[in-house]
Design a protein around this ligand. Structure first.
Ligand code: ATP
Length: 262
């Protein structure tokens, strides 16, 4: 199992430092949620860990070597990233999209092997997309589309799955559906998942570890019980509210009340 961590990570855009000196170790076989207000640097952090953005100083290490010294194909065999608004030609079928997930593993001749077909079938099965595999992306609902993209990322068969706001734009039912798929993937396949999530209750529902980013720094990190705290959430999001208890399993939930101006 590969190991990913970052040391003294700084990111600069147009001479402005966005992320300042971050040290993070990704917990293997766990779900980590990155939370924080708009513009705090969550997506930038996710993209840097996934080798898409180059740090201005510090490094992301994959098995002890800077991730930026691996080829993109080597990295793609280990991690798959689903960006915030992925795009593909709308006439693509689900199957065709998912096939692209096999790209880093395909032979020089680019033809799909029985192993590729097996991985594609598995990814469609896990995301409950088998019946929709011949449908065009243009004919899918938002929730189905998101599942198709998750299937594509899964077909890569990496140990790590990085997702940027996978539940955004989905209605409540589809949000829960996607969270359940991710939770199952982690619990049954031991996938290590790192996801940017806006809804703190979603993070609390499935994450083993929550990292709160504020102004490009780690404000705090911990498990659900440690982070689901009225003062901490006010600090992260600038919102006052109440921690209430889910009467089914007593897990904490945050109920927002008002904007905090402190
Ligand atoms: N390519 C870019 N060039 C210049 N500045 C950028 C670029 N991408 C992001 N930024 C800036 O970096 C900061 C962090 O952005 P980022 O998208 O990482 O935040 P975020 O926490 O993911 O926000 P959101 O929750 O709104 O998606 C913001 O101020 C943003 O404007």
């Amino acid at each position: 199992m590969s190991e990913i961590y970052c040391e003294n990570l700084c990111i600069t855009y147009s001479q402005k430092e966005i992320l300042h000196n971050l040290n993070i170790k990704i917990r293997k076989n766990k779900i980590t949620a990155l939370v924080g207000s708009n513009g705090s640097g969550k997506s930038t952090l996710l993209k840097t860990i996934a080798r898409i953005v180059m740090p201005s100083s510090g490094s992301v290490y994959l098995d002890g070597k800077s991730i930026h010294r691996y080829s993109s194909q080597e990295v793609a065999k280990i991690l798959a990233i689903l960006p915030q608004s992925p795009e593909a030609p709308q006439e693509f079928t689900v199957e065709r999209l998912v096939q692209y997930g096999r790209f880093p593993r395909q032979s020089f001749f680019g033809s799909l092997s029985p192993k590729d077909y097996k991985a594609i079938d598995w990814a469609l099965e896990v995301t409950d997309m088998q019946d929709l595999r011949k449908k065009r992306l243009s004919d899918l609902s938002g929730g189905q589309k998101q599942r198709a993209w998750i299937a594509m990322a899964l077909a890569q068969e990496g140990e790590y799955l990085f997702l940027d706001e996978p539940t955004t734009y989905l209605d409540m039912r589809h949000q829960i559906e996607v969270l359940n798929i991710l939770e199952n993937l982690n619990r049954t396949q031991k996938k290590t998942i790192v996801m940017v999530v806006h809804d703190i209750n979603h993070a609390a529902k499935i994450a083993d570890h929550i990292i709160a980013i504020k102004n490009g720094r780690i404000l705090t990190e911990g498990n659900t019980k440690q982070i689901l705290d009225e003062k901490i959430i006010e600090d992260i999001f600038g919102v006052k509210g109440l921690i209430i208890s889910n009467r089914i399993d007593n897990t904490p939930l945050f109920f927002p009340l008002e904007v905090s101006y402190v």
